[in-house]
Design a protein around this ligand. Structure first.
Ligand code: FES
Length: 112
C-alpha cells in the first residue's frame, strides 16, 4: 500500500488522477468510499480522470464514452472492450492508500 492522496483532496464524484509508484491511477470518491482504477482507458489510452464523469459506479471516458465499472474494471459500453485494472484501497483517517502491485480484477496492465 502506498499513500496516494489525502481524502480531503478528493471531491465527491470527481475523478482525480494520481501517480502511485509510477502507475497512473484514477481515484474516485463515491458514496461507498474511494475506488481506484488504472487511469488508462483500454480503448485508446486516454486518461479516464481527464474529463471523466462518474455515472453510478462507473467512470465514463471523456474521449469516446466507454464507461468502466469501478469494481470490475469492465466497460459497459463500446468502443472499449477490455477491462481496466482495479486496485485495492484503504482509507485511514485522511490518508488514501492504494496497492498497485496487482490488479484486484486480474486485468492486464497497459504496456505503455
Ligand atoms: S479512449 Fe476511452 S473510449 Fe476511446
Amino acid at each position: 500500500m502506498t499513500r496516494a492522496a489525502a481524502l480531503a483532496d478528493l471531491p465527491a464524484g470527481q475523478p482525480v488522477r494520481v501517480d502511485v509508484d509510477g502507475v497512473p491511477v484514477c481515484l474516485v470518491r463515491t458514496e461507498d468510499g474511494v475506488r481506484a482504477i488504472h487511469d488508462t482507458c483500454s480503448h485508446q489510452q486516454w486518461s479516464l480522470a481527464d474529463g471523466g464523469t462518474l455515472w453510478g459506479n462507473g467512470v465514463e471516458c471523456s474521449l469516446h464514452g466507454s464507461t468502466f465499472d469501478l469494481d470490475s474494471g469492465k466497460p459497459s459500453s463500446l468502443p472499449a472492450m477490455q477491462p481496466v485494472p482495479t486496485f485495492a484501497v484503504t482509507v485511514t483517517d485522511d490518508d488514501v492508500h492504494v496497492d498497485v502491485s496487482s490488479a484486484t480484477n486480474g486485468a492486464a496492465f497497459p504496456d505503455h
